[in-house]
Design a protein around this ligand. Structure first.
Ligand SMILES: [Zn+2]
Ligand SMILES: [Zn+2]
Length: 290
């Protein structure tokens, strides 16, 4: 058997089994939309929880949300290279969400002559361009791309906003965390929808954008009795999911304190629907009901 290259994606049999067990089995129908949790952790280094990152695959479109430290390695473990990513989104600019932006672009540049065949579109709240210009003032040519290879789109950080692409649309709405913080809702042409909160405190905006959504991926940073400003707890995330009538809820962004308590039980105080606690490389398939 050919030895797998460490520079290209492959699954070990162990990893494959792990993933298959985690698949959320939906009703019937065809899978077109697959969400992979790449990092369910925080800024705290962890062997099991990489920093924040989510992959969404809609047909051939590969959307990466946040790229905290460890993201590129988790991508390979999930079977995807950085050159396959078509859209890169940032919920906000904290280092546990943006830490691998520069390494991602630098690595892409290394392969510029060959491996990236498609342009990359970067999408984030207002303020991102300013942040990116500052990164360029430090890194210069190392992260510079011609316009045909890198498009940067900013979304409104004070109101809801919308961008349409041929295969999906992106709604955004401000979150209660940083001035540039926004949540994203991705809706496919088959009307499948996923919301990613990014980091946030309790806000009715998250209830609004997640109304009736197929899947809500919501931060739940600390246990109920350790709430910190700018973040949610399991029962607050559950309250938002119940109010929005989201069909499924995935809690993520777990600080180490979360490992000591029954997070699901805390969430169940306010939410009785489908619930998953994120783990790195967990895959969730969004099915179309035919
Ligand atoms: Zn943050
Ligand atoms: Zn964070």
């Amino acid at each position: 058997m050919k030895k797998p290259s460490p520079y290209y994606p492959y699954y070990s049999e162990h990893r494959k089994r792990n993933i298959v067990e985690k698949i959320l089995m939906a009703e019937t129908g065809k899978t077109q939309f697959v969400v992979t949790i790449l990092g369910s952790g925080t800024c705290v280094p962890s062997l099991t929880r990489s920093s924040c990152s989510i992959l969404m695959e809609i047909g051939h479109q590969k959307l990466l949300f946040d790229s905290g430290p460890g993201t590129m390695r988790r991508l390979l473990e999930a079977g995807v290279t950085i050159y396959d990513i078509t859209h890169l989104f940032y919920t906000h600019l904290h280092p546990d969400h943006t830490g691998e932006l520069v390494p991602f672009l630098f690595a892409t540049k290394y392969s510029h002559a060959g491996q990236r065949k498609i342009p990359l579109t970067l999408i984030a709240g207002n303020g991102f361009l300013h942040f990116f210009q500052k990164l360029k003032s430090v890194y210069g040519q190392w992260i510079h791309f011609e316009n045909e290879f890198l498009n940067i789109l900013e979304m409104d950080n004070t109101n809801s906003d919308l961008i349409r692409f041929p295969d999906f649309s992106v709604h955004s709405i401000p979150m209660s965390h940083n001035p540039e913080s926004i949540a994203f809702k991705i809706t496919t042409t088959a009307h499948q929808s996923v919301v990613l909160s990014g980091d946030t405190d309790y806000t009715s905006n998250l209830i609004d954008i997640a109304a009736g959504v197929d899947l809500l991926i919501c931060e739940s940073a600390t246990p109920d009795d350790m709430k910190i400003p700018g973040h949610l707890t399991p029962s607050l995330a559950g309250k938002i999911a119940s109010a929005s009538r989201a069909k499924k809820l995935v809690l993520t962004h777990f600080y180490p304190e979360c490992e000591q308590v029954d997070i699901a039980k805390e969430c169940r105080k306010t939410y009785s629907g489908d619930l998953l606690l994120a783990e790195d490389l967990m895959k969730i398939e969004i099915h179309t009901i035919i």
